[in-house]
Design a protein around this ligand. Structure first.
Ligand code: SF4
Length: 363
């Protein structure tokens, strides 16, 4: 796992007096810092001087104040897809890691500068109002849509404010989604309303396709540590990648997981297959020429994203779900960004009929 030290720090006007900005500057006194910076100027400079602007944008840190509404619904709510009513708060934009399949290469194509928002007080105030307005709902809120939730937590400890805040809520759960092993900061907090989830893949995929992330072994050790400290944990087998030997590899992955963790204290496991918009393929081929992602055929779904053919996805979900159920009969297993047809074929039902998951769909 890489340790992040930015090559340059930029602070937008109005962001310098926040506690998080000050702590970043104290942590990196040697790093060149520009105050009153403009993101467009930083981006233009990167575009003009770097061969791989997207990769170079991950090596600087831009601190800014987010303006607007933080809370939004997960884009799972796209045409033809079943949505699991997940909400997102974006506190960071872009990621220090460099997974070959990362959608941010497309999604943030025009705005890739690694950016962290420092006005957490405003986030918490907005969330408090929304949770109080709908006391009958259970909100499941994640911070890992356009960033890894914990990769930067040693540098910008968002969790120091988020976790105590969520622990005070009666109707909200915070999900921190990561491919890191950065949990030391978390462990000092009460685990009450927090679920930490790891995206996992067989070790050969982690090593070849998930550059800079924590190894599978390190992720599982971090998850174990969190469980031992009372945190709920979840896992995302996502993106599932089909390669020669995938069935054995995913069986071994399931066994490794269950051999190391207390099964009854795993909150859920989600399954999602590799998917991409057509523009992303071009970027992946250019930035990660050695990838195995395109060794199989993909077809467009109703939402415009390319996926493995439906029978292949069904087989992969079915196989992995069976491995999971052999060891953990009552495990809540759900599909991410999948069609109604695939949900029904694999699980025999739609998510609203699963009691354990219902609390999160009941919105
Ligand atoms: S960890 Fe997630 S956000 Fe970061 S590069 Fe990998 S896929 Fe992208």
């Amino acid at each position: 796992m890489i340790t992040f030290s930015p090559e340059a720090i930029y602070i937008e006007e109005g962001a310098e007096n926040y506690a998080l900005s000050k702590s970043v500057l104290e942590r990196f006194p040697e790093v060149p810092t520009t105050k009153n910076a403009c993101r467009k100027t930083v981006l233009n400079e990167i575009n003009e001087t770097k061969a791989d602007p997207f990769g170079a944008s991950k090596k600087v840190l831009f601190l800014s104040k987010f303006e607007g509404s933080f809370l939004k619904k997960c884009p799972g709510i796209s045409p033809g897809m079943v949505c699991c009513n997940y909400y997102i708060v974006n506190l960071t934009s872009n990621c220090i890691y460099d997974c070959s399949y990362c959608i941010l290469q497309d999604f943030l194509e025009n705005n890739p500068v690694l950016q962290a928002f420092v006005n957490l007080e405003d986030v918490l105030s907005e969330l408090e109002t929304v949770f109080a307005t709908y006391p009958e709902r259970t909100f499941r809120v994640g911070t890992g849509e356009i960033a890894d939730s914990l990769a930067l937590d040693d540098v910008i400890p968002h969790t120091d404010l988020l976790v105590p805040f969520f622990n005070r809520q009666k109707n909200a759960v915070l999900e921190l989604k990561t491919k890191s092993a950065c949990v030391n900061n978390l462990l000092k907090h009460d685990p009450k309303n927090v679920v930490i989830s790891w995206s996992i893949n067989p070790a050969e995929i982690v090593d070849s396709e998930e550059k800079g992330t924590a190894s599978l072994d390190a992720r599982i050790k971090a998850a174990k540590l969190c469980q031992e400290n009372g945190f709920k944990v979840g896992f995302h087998f996502d993106p599932i990648i089909i390669f020669p030997g995938w069935e054995t590899a995913y069986k071994e992955l399931t066994d490794t997981l269950f051999n190391n963790l207390r099964i009854e204290d795993i909150e859920w496991i989600s399954l999602g297959s590799f998917r991409y918009r057509s523009n992303l393929k071009k970027v992946i081929k250019q930035r990660h020429p050695e990838t195995i992602l395109f060794n199989s055929e993909h077809v467009p779904s109703e939402d415009g994203k390319f996926r493995y053919l439906r029978p292949i996805r069904n087989k992969a979900y079915d196989t992995i779900r069976n491995h999971i159920r052999e060891r953990a009969e009552n495990m809540g297993v759900y599909l991410c960004m999948e069609t109604k047809e695939v949900w029904e074929t694999v699980t025999g039902k739609l998510p609203r009929s699963d009691k354990k998951l219902d609390q999160f769909f009941d919105l």
